[in-house]
Design a binder for this molecule. Structure first.
Ligand SMILES: [Fe+2]
Ligand SMILES: [Fe+2]
Length: 292
């Protein structure tokens, strides 16, 4: 198929990461004691969704790191430094989600089946071209960045949640926004000899595939955790659906940002949301200050 005229040579390489972006590794620790079983506002659906997400992070983030590192040769010094910071941030995220997952297990949830499926799925990636893994990483990093922006912009997402668990998700969210362009810029670097059309076509197809798989698997995983709470059948499905699409409705809210990914020439930093990181940092400092 020929490329439409909208794709000029540079159209997929436009709108780069802000030149003054600095990626800060915040080496924080959370969740080393206990957590309430239903830490998300005392209700099961938000708890199940986030527990299901968290269960995939240790293996998922290790996969992201390897996919990006496999394409760093020849990167300019700025991108090389950003890749190093990205790796350190993701390693810390993994450590904190391992700690959180342990608490979820202590609270009585069995998350081993989720981890096992992620392991089996990642085993299938071993035989495919490394660039495919980077395209998957780039799509999933867009997911984390979209959800991160929502979590920081809209207090409803963690309203009445356990403060320690909430702090972890907000910390993770701030760093996901900060490094949201790294996998993308690495992809642009790795595919610099491709046409804009080919680059757009592959990343769009991969995003559609990743989206179908992401929702199918997180849905199954969340229902599995809800069943462990004795919530099954239509009650479980409707409750989860309402949580995701009505209130707080994270899936509905990220839809425009998801759609933007398909725009020719899209770049994660087309939308500069560093103000959310500043907001997170000022709230984090306030939380550490003694009350007057
Ligand atoms: Fe992360
Ligand atoms: Fe990330």
């Amino acid at each position: 198929m020929n490329a439409p005229v909208a794709f000029n040579k540079k159209s997929e390489l436009a709108a780069p990461t802000p030149p003054d972006l600095s990626i800060t590794v915040r080496d924080e620790r959370f969740n080393r004691a206990t957590t309430p079983r239903r830490w998300w506002a005392g209700e099961p659906f938000g708890t199940a969704w986030h527990n299901a997400l968290s269960a995939t992070f240790p293996r998922g983030e290790a996969f992201f790191i390897e996919a990006v590192k496999a394409h760093r040769d020849g990167a300019d010094p700025k991108l090389a430094a950003e890749i190093r910071a990205f790796v350190r941030q993701e390693i810390n995220h993994t450590r904190e989600h391992v700690a959180f997952n342990r608490l979820a297990e202590d609270a009585g949830y069995d998350i081993k089946a989720i981890d096992k499926r992620v392991e089996e799925m990642l085993a299938l990636t071993k035989d495919r071209p490394a660039i495919a893994n980077l395209a998957v990483t780039m799509a999933l990093e867009h997911y984390t960045a979209m959800m991160a922006a929502e979590f920081l912009a809209n207090p409803k997402h963690f309203e009445n949640s356990d403060p320690e668990v909430r702090a972890m998700w907000r910390w993770h969210a701030a760093e996901e926004i900060e490094h949201k362009g790294v996998a993308y810029d690495t992809w642009n670097h790795a595919t610099r000899d491709w046409s804009a059309w080919k680059r757009w076509k592959i990343r769009s197809i991969v995003m559609l595939t990743v989206t179908a798989r992401f929702f199918k698997n997180r849905w199954i995983d969340s229902l599995n955790l809800l069943a462990q709470d004795g919530i099954t059948g239509w009650r479980a499905r409707w409750g989860l659906f309402k949580y995701l699409t009505v209130s707080p409705g994270v899936v509905r809210r990220i839809f425009p940002a998801w759609l933007a990914y398909f725009k020719p020439g899209f770049h994660p930093w087309d939308h500069d949301d560093r103000a959310l990181i500043q907001l997170y940092e000022s709230e984090f400092e306030d939380a550490l200050m003694p009350a007057e």
